[in-house]
Design a protein around this ligand. Structure first.
Ligand code: PNS
Length: 160
């Protein structure tokens, strides 16, 4: 079975993530979307909330599995027998750091990285920009899945 992992913080999932994950899922038998558990950095959403929002957003992509991981990504790949990491590239500015990580992950564990260029319509999206816009009452309804929009609105109304 051909498997790959698409890792990230997903705080929260955006339409850009959905684009990359859905297109990458078509290339593999199973695509694992793995949410990084980072004890040193509290996000807006808990890891459990991020996982639930990802599952909801990707419900129509049958070969996607959503999971979480802590520590090195290559250790997660080794433990789960996953030989490929999938990363979305929005712009040249993403490339330098992503290339460095791809080379390091290959050196550490022989894990390859596949870069998927995002669709141009979502190339400007990032979770942090979405959060910033939503915090100040901007309209993000066209940038994130419906459930994420609802949760962001709830956060703003609660002042969190
Ligand atoms: O969505 P993000 O925050 O850009 O995702 C970054 C992520 C989770 C892919 C990256 O930080 C990562 O792989 N973290 C796990 C720790 C690790 O393996 N570090 C070494 C990378 S060479």
């Amino acid at each position: 079975m051909r498997r790959a992992v698409c890792p990230g913080s997903f705080d929260p999932v955006t339409n850009g993530h959905v684009d990359v994950v859905s297109r990458a899922a078509a290339l593999y038998d199973e695509l694992v979307v793995a949410v990084l558990v980072n004890p040193g950095k509290a996000g807006l959403f808990t890891v459990d909330e991020r996982i639930a929002l990802l599952r909801d957003a990707l419900v129509d992509v049958p070969n996607v599995v959503v999971d979480s991981f802590q520590g090195l990504l290559v250790d997660y790949c080794r433990s789960n027998d996953i030989p490929v990491i999938v990363k979305g590239l929005r712009a040249v500015s993403d490339f330098e750091y992503e290339l460095q990580m791809a080379q390091m992950n290959r050196e550490l564990a022989g894990v390859e990285t596949l870069f998927v260029p995002t669709a141009p319509q979502v190339g400007h999206l990032s979770s942090s920009l979405v959060k910033q816009i939503a915090t100040f009452g901007g309209d993000v309804s066209g940038l994130v899945p419906k459930a994420v929009h609802e949760r962001l609105t709830a956060h703003r109304e609660q002042g969190t």
